[in-house]
Write a protein that binds this ligand. Sequence first.
Ligand SMILES: Cc1ncc(COP(=O)(O)O)c(C=O)c1O
Length: 394
Amino acid sequence: MGEAEVQAAARILRSGVLFRYGDPKQGHPNECAKFERELARKLGKKHALLVTSGTAALICALAGMEVGPGDEVIVPGYTFIASALAPLAVGALPVIAEIDESLTLDPADVEAKLSARTKVIMPVHMCGLPADLAAIRRLARRHGVKVLEDVCQAGGGSFRGRRLGSLGDAGAFSFNFFKNITAGEGGAVVTDDPRIFSRAIIHHDGGLGFWEHGKKLSSPLFAGWNFRASELQGAILRVQLRRIDGLLKRNRAHKAKMMSALADHPKLTFIKHHDLAGDCANVLGFYFPSEKKARAFIAGMAHQGVWTWTPIDSGRHVYSNWEPVMEQRGSYHPALDSFKRPENRGSKARYTPDMCPQTLDVLSRTVFLDIRPEWKAADVRKRIRACEAAAGDL
Ligand SMILES: Cc1ncc(COP(=O)(O)O)c(C=O)c1O
């Protein structure tokens, strides 16, 4: 957050119009609509819809894809719990698949878990690391299912020259406080498909009939919710969107320096990257032969004054800690609970803490070092030296 965001927010507050559809007496800053156009243009997509969160974006995208009871959505075992809660919110079941050494969906396990009920595959670009979209799109095409990219942790990244979020049938962004592009809270759905877009618009605002969005729909109104964003979010996000490429460029330069300095270290192996050039470079990931070695490295780094972490400790990002999923409590009301719905009864989806052993193994052997765009050359050198010392002691 910088002065430009402060000015953008102040401009909206002074205008007195915080509602995205304006005020008949006070005019219409149209910041949300402008952000949507700018995001769509950056991604090379036809449509973007700003919503209140990444969770709302996933739910609206699934509603757009007409996912519901009887359907399955394949999600990775390493992602924030929201990726699995979104299918439950629309009456479907999440099917949890393994990740591989890239920390993203393992296409081989996706293929094994595809069923006649699968409607969507949801690759998640965790920690800014692009998933193998080539393999996943191939699988989706072959089996006639849709791809919903969860880009919540990877705003600004790309895969083989195309922006993340633009390669699936739809992409879902989060703009919460911890994301690459942020307004404190927020989210967006992007797509080329007018039907997905139209249904996502309706789902995001049940009162839509009143506003200008409601005049552009290609599908009849159904009962929606309210995931409507405010002009404050739109105005701040427009500034953030202009910043993102510069921030990622700095992250990538830091990561490239560290990787080139550490590439030949006999005790250090990097995680697998599907596209280093498009990686957001939010993290540098190391892969160790055992959890014991990974934890020894973390301790060694702490001794050098550098904080690192293992994703096995990241709470609700690890499927075995998704209590409502593991315990199969899919809703506040039993009749709305996907796990109890008659349409979902024939599903072979299973939920046990040990069901994705490869995921737990990969997570426990991985160590992440967070990268910050504001680092100076000395910060990078300090981390390289710390890695060399900590790995030397293993
Ligand atoms: C991978 C992933 N998916 C979905 C979400 C949900 O986003 P939000 O917190 O904006 O609802 C998050 C955010 O934490 C996330 O990291």
